[in-house]
Design a protein around this ligand. Structure first.
Ligand SMILES: [Fe+2]
Length: 263
């Protein structure tokens, strides 16, 4: 793993030494205060290139094109909100998905399963334990956002934390934008959501991210999107799913909806 991840800069295999502890502490603080943290250059450039060589042919040949119109909640209706409320305005998302079972044994799968990374994330998220998802399709996904497509529209995540590895940054567009603390558990702030969707929110921020970056993000209260890719290079990102309980699998309906197949 030393050849794949920059463990000199990010000693996640030595978390009980001083440098490892400091990395956990700093990452935790950033996650608490800003709702996210990033480790740029987490994957070494040469390893990132070989990961792309592994996944790009599969993306070209065998990816599932997932295109849908949705609101920020991914729900058909929200209690207390009229169907025509501007907070329910829909936008399009299109991505091309490769599932973990299509690239089993690849370097990106090995990173996902690497126990020191799971232990690092467990400590940073302040959990007792995290488990790999028990679903060969959903545990690890590689998503491509291609030029001329709508990319990923504004939404809140349904899981508290999202872990991603950026494998290829777009040369134009494909930027990760977010709006922190747009809602809380007690205040859905529908007017604020409506203002964001109307492009009338001065608090929208863009997170500069280079290929090879690990990003942990609290997407439940922070609305976020990826802007459309307009240059020649796609944005390609790996999404790593971990859970606090073992044995989590997608239902057949979820598999069909996200991947167009059940096996
Ligand atoms: Fe998200």
């Amino acid at each position: 793993m030393k050849a794949i991840l920059d463990l000199d800069r990010y000693p996640i295999d030595r978390l009980d030494r001083n440098a490892g502890r400091a990395l956990v502490d700093n990452s935790r603080i950033s996650l608490e205060q800003e709702g996210m943290f990033t480790l740029s250059g987490f994957i070494r450039p040469a390893a990132r290139d070989s990961i792309l060589e592994e996944v790009q042919p599969v993306l070209r040949r065998d990816s599932f094109t997932h295109s849908r119109s949705h609101n920020v909640y991914f729900e058909d209706e929200i209690p207390g909100l009229a169907a025509d409320h501007p907070a329910l305005r829909e936008g399009w998302t299109t991505n091309h998905t490769v599932c973990g079972d299509q690239i089993a044994g690849s370097s990106i799968c090995r990173i996902y399963e690497w126990q020191p990374l799971v232990e690092f994330l467990t400590r940073v998220m302040g959990r007792k334990r995290l488990y790999l998802m028990d679903d060969p399709m959903a545990a690890l996904n590689v998503l491509e956002y291609r030029s001329g497509e709508p990319a990923l529209n504004w939404h809140f995540d349904r899981s508290e934390f999202t872990t991603t590895l950026l494998l290829c940054a777009a040369d134009r567009g494909g930027e990760f934008q977010y709006r922190s603390a747009l809602r809380t558990a007690n205040d859905p702030n529908f007017e604020g959501v409506a203002a964001l969707l109307a492009d009338d929110d001065p608090e929208i921020r863009t997170l500069p991210m280079t290929a090879g970056t690990l990003c942990i993000f609290r997407g439940v209260e922070t609305a976020h999107r990826v802007t459309p890719v307009t240059g020649t290079r796609s944005r390609i990102v790996a999404v790593l799913s971990y859970y606090e309980r073992p044995g989590v699998r997608f239902s057949k309906a979820e598999r069909l909806g996200f991947y167009g197949r059940v096996e």
